[in-house]
Design a binder for this molecule. Sequence first.
Ligand SMILES: [Zn+2]
Length: 369
Amino acid sequence: MRVVYSPLHLAHDITVQTFMGVQVPADEVADRAERIRDALIDDGGFGLVEPADHGDGPITAVHDPGLLAFLREAWPEAQRQRHPYPALVPETINSVHLTEGMDRRFLRESPKIEGRAGFYALDTSSPIVAGTYVAARAAVDVALTAVDLVLAGERAAYGLCRPPGHHAARSMYAGFCYFNNAAIAAQAIAEATGEHVSILDVDYHHGNGTEQIFWRRGDVLYVSLHAHPDRQYPFVLGWEDETGEGPGVGANLNIPLPAGVSDEGYLAALERGLDRIADEPGSVIVVSLGFDTYGLDPIGDFALTTGVYHEVGRRVAALGKRLLILQEGGYYLPALGENARAWLRGAEGRPHDPAPAPASGLGARGLRG
Ligand SMILES: [Zn+2]
């Protein structure tokens, strides 16, 4: 399988994040993508491909041009305004109650950069640094280059996207995500093929951004297995009764899961999702692939093991559609590469063949953060 990877993700050099008002070591660090890349190179069965520039068009096909302009201008503008901190984090966040009963046009984008950030942000855990825009754009090109491979006839392609994307909505960045790589890719596939597209989101979190972008679309099916919003980010979306509106009625399937879900429980839920996708027309599945479902993940509370990722990859591929697989979350660094390798080998029909575990259990580079 070909793996699209760009070293430009390293420019999004994040070391701390603001979590519940406190600065803590960042989870979404550059080493995540490097670990996966290294494991796939060591495997020997994957070929690395550099992404090609696809321009603004595919981004504004699903995102507000205002969000694109903000992300492009945010850091240079912060410098011009002599922003005093090493990362741009919004000072305010727009509450849904802010303009209740008022015309939406009175909700305005301030030129002041920490206010402008709050116009587009959902939370404080998605810092913007000097290289964020370059990296986020590269992640989109990684996804779109993987789309090109699949549309050219490859059975499957993997885009090693970083930063991830599924929390980014049409006009909003959130949850370590700036552009919604999977939504941009699904839209590009829908436009190129004229077919329906299915998105399977197996990240630990609900992909609120992907759900929102395709909420009223009947031609893009969104199926998500995730931690129940009763206890986990993004908290306000991800319930089972969110099934779409207008032409999108029935094209959104949320499967929220309890804490501690086992390999067996997860595979049972996966079958529900795959049954729905099997009924959908279209020849391509976009997979939002997260490993924060892993038992040792510092953010998640599922109990999945490396072996189940191989089985999930195998079962998704067994639907017989082409696969565009895009990286989302996953924050337990020592197992990240092996989990990705297992999933992708499963999707290729290769046996799991586990790599020998590092003697320390922490991997060659040790834990970071
Ligand atoms: Zn996640």
